[in-house]
Design a protein around this ligand. Structure first.
Ligand SMILES: [Mg+2]
Length: 220
């Protein structure tokens, strides 16, 4: 296939494009206070970001308390709290804003975050009106990362095949989802999981800032 096909970059959201950690931590601790549970340290909460809401709640709410209440009700309750914190302090990571605004490639978001929050945060940061080919959240499709469905859906929407797609992320679902799609994963060094761990799990590249992607995006 000729390289005239414009490559697609798929980005994870939390800890990759945007530092949402502080707002998630404050939402988690307000939620735990409502539940009369002790607050958790920042680093503990960050470990649970990236695999979606159910896994986050499984990490922060003790099993007995989760059994005592309907899972969907707990999720709704947490989402209400997070909605009050979501725009407190999100900020683009590294050179994300500048890179995205001048990006010569097709761009998409493939996140495990609830979809509703993604455009809300992007609008707040002045990054919503970019030519996103897809903005997929953890509840957009039947499966979330590391299942290949979300990345495959973004590739289909962009009209590119695996030879023209890259995943950029800071979590194991990013590395594993990319592997399931047969595409490379670029680990960011400023996310919530150390890049060494992502490389050990199979990420092919690591970057300190997004502009480094220009040296990585080549015909495969
Ligand atoms: Mg992430």
């Amino acid at each position: 296939m000729p390289y005239s096909m414009k490559p697609l970059l798929m980005f994870d959201f939390d800890g990759t494009l945007v530092d949402t950690g502080p707002d998630i931590v404050s939402a988690v601790n307000e939620f735990l206070a409502i539940k009369k549970l002790p607050a958790l340290p920042h680093a503990t909460v960050l470990k649970f970001i990236g695999r979606g809401l159910a896994d986050l709640l499984a990490g922060i709410v003790p099993e007995a308390q989760r059994q005592a209440q309907d899972q969907k009700a707990i999720e709704r309750e947490f989402l209400e709290v997070y909605d009050r914190h979501v725009l407190n302090s999100p900020r683009p990571l590294a050179d994300a804003a500048d890179f995205l605004r001048h990006c010569p490639y097709k761009i998409a978001i493939v996140s495990n975050k609830r979809q509703q929050f993604i455009p809300k945060i992007l609008a707040h940061l002045g990054l919503l009106d970019l030519p996103w080919v897809a903005m997929i959240g953890g509840d957009s499709l039947a499966h979330k990362k590391p299942h290949p469905e979300p990345m495959r859906t973004a590739m289909l929407k962009a009209g590119v095949d695996a030879s023209h797609a890259w995943m950029v992320g800071d979590g194991f679902p990013d590395v594993e989802g990319a592997a399931a799609c047969g595409i490379p994963c670029v680990a960011v060094e400023f996310g919530y999981v150390p890049a060494e761990e992502l490389i050990a799990r199979g990420a092919q590249y690591r970057i300190r800032y997004f502009a480094e992607l220009h040296t990585i995006i080549k015909p495969k």
